[in-house]
Design a protein around this ligand. Structure first.
Ligand SMILES: [Mg+2]
Length: 223
């Protein structure tokens, strides 16, 4: 089946925002009198929907308070967000093939918009959905609104929640290792394919002429 649509996750897939997100999370932990997390601890513990993460590390704390603290710490750190190395070339490649593109991210709208001056990926994303806290709960709405054929639609993300969302919508799925989640954890979520980064995926798509079954045949063993 030839792909016609791509749904992108944002953090860890198109941009690296790990330093500010981890910094803001540790700020919250300090406010709560808890120990800060190391990078390894953060990568092992952080999950989406992030409400589930905070129920675990900050049980009983008002989510609005958590959000206020998060913004306080995140905004001064947002200059540290960077485009991932192969992201823009991949987006240009996708647009040159007239693929329909979607963004499906839990990122706060205001944080997303304030980045566009510096990382103008919005020009490549036909339908940006931001502020999506629980992607699994909202994927059906996106599929039906845009009449997406699941076999022609690829979800690319760096977290287990992204892959679970793809499975829930019966979409094709590709996990990238440029983000928050480590290989073993991603493997357990059983994506169709796991790639090091978007450049590897681009090579496979080019070679297979965008036929997803052919991509999986050619990449046999990558997963
Ligand atoms: Mg992500």
């Amino acid at each position: 089946m030839v792909l016609k649509n791509i749904i992108f996750d944002w953090s860890g897939t198109l941009v690296n925002d790990l330093p500010p997100v981890m910094g803001a999370t540790n700020y919250i932990l300090r406010k709560l009198g808890k120990e800060e997390m190391t990078l390894d601890e953060f990568r092992a513990e952080f999950c989406l929907p992030f409400t589930r993460f905070y129920e675990r590390v900050a049980p009983g704390v008002d989510p609005r308070q958590l959000e206020t603290w998060f913004h306080e710490a995140y905004i001064p750190l947002q200059d540290k967000v960077e485009a991932l190395e192969h992201a823009e070339v991949f987006l240009q490649f996708v647009k040159s093939k007239r693929i329909r593109t979607f963004l499906f991210s839990s990122m706060h709208q205001q944080h997303y918009e304030s980045l566009q001056g510096r990382i103008a990926f919005n020009q490549y994303l036909d339908h940006p959905y931001v502020g999506v806290w629980d992607k699994k709960a909202r994927i059906s709405e996106l599929i039906s609104k845009h009449e997406l054929a699941p076999g022609e639609t690829l979800f690319i993300g760096d977290m287990v929640h992204d892959i679970e969302t793809a499975h829930h919508g019966k979409l094709r799925s590709c996990a990238v290792l440029t983000g928050y989640t480590l290989l073993e954890d991603l493997r357990r979520s059983e994506p169709d394919l796991i790639v090091e980064d978007l450049r590897v995926l681009q090579g496979l798509l080019e070679e297979a002429n965008w036929d997803w079954d052919a991509v999986l045949e050619k990449s046999n063993g990558v997963k």
